[in-house]
Design a binder for this molecule. Structure first.
Ligand code: AP5
Ligand code: ZN
Length: 212
């Protein structure tokens, strides 16, 4: 099955995507992770988008659609689109790409949270630079301070766009350009809302229920 995790920054898309990968062997396609990887490996595209991302603005449709097209061509046992699509143009492009490869979109999970919770989540977030595990100072700390529970790495880091000013821009971008997708997919009949404010395992349970 192929699903989209739709929701504002900090809604828990990455956290839930990683659990689905573990539990169902699905493939996570996070355009945010792909763009950060491009930046870390110093590609021309990565350098070009780094500043845009740090400010919290969206990068162009052309770039992210190109990234997704490559990954879809590799195939896999069901995709989780995490942070993509983010504009109506991207949503149309995804529909076409799936069509071309003979695939369907099974569900769009809308993760509902309020802005106040997002600020707390984003400002407390850190991730493992080695395995990508996502943590939070209060809700999901590491068992041993400074050491990743999953892989033992001490390379724990915070994102350049996880500050209040960039977050404000990311939220505005979300409301202006991404939230129209809620109506878009509702009209297509495959939107399922879940309560993103619940505990991590409860959100997973709601997603599992939606996927059947
Ligand atoms: P991207 O990397 O996609 O970031 P985002 O959408 O802002 O989402 P986040 O990764 O911040 O949040 P999340 O929902 O994954 O939450 P998480 O699980 O980490 O995009 C970054 C940038 O890249 C964009 O601004 C843009 O510039 C560019 N970009 C990417 N895709 C693009 C596209 N398609 N088009 C154009 N530009 C694009 O959780 C957050 C925190 O909360 C963590 O600390 C976690 O531990 C905690 N948490 C999670 N769930 C819970 C819970 N249920 N209860 C308590 N705490 C929780
Ligand atoms: Zn790790």
């Amino acid at each position: 099955i192929n699903i989209i995790l739709l929701g504002p920054p900090g809604a828990g898309k990455g956290t839930q995507a990683r659990k689905l990968v573990e539990e169902r062997g699905m493939v996570q396609l996070s355009t945010g992770d792909m763009l950060r990887a491009a930046k870390d490996s110093g590609t021309e595209m990565g350098n070009k988008v780094a500043e845009v991302m740090a400010r919290g603005e969206l990068v162009t449709d052309e770039i992210v659609i190109g990234l997704i097209r490559e990954k879809l061509a590799e195939g896999g046992k069901g995709f989780i689109f995490d942070g993509f699509p983010r504009t109506l143009g991207q949503a149309d492009a995804l529909g076409e790409l799936l069509n071309e490869t003979g695939q369907v979109l099974d569900a769009v999970i809308e993760m509902r949270v309020d802005d106040e919770a997002l600020v707390r989540r984003i400002t407390g977030r850190f991730t493992c630079g080695n395995c990508g595990e996502v943590y939070h100072d209060e809700t999901k700390p590491t068992a041993k301070p400074g050491v990743c529970d999953v892989c033992g790495s001490t390379d724990l880091k915070r994102r350049a766009d996880d500050n209040e000013e960039s977050l404000r821009t990311r939220l505005l971008e979300y409301y202006k350009k991404t939230s129209p997708l809620i109506g878009y997919y509702y009209a297509k009949g495959n939107l399922t809302p879940v309560n993103g404010l619940a505990e991590i395992d409860e959100v997973s349970r709601q997603i599992a229920e939606a996927l059947g």
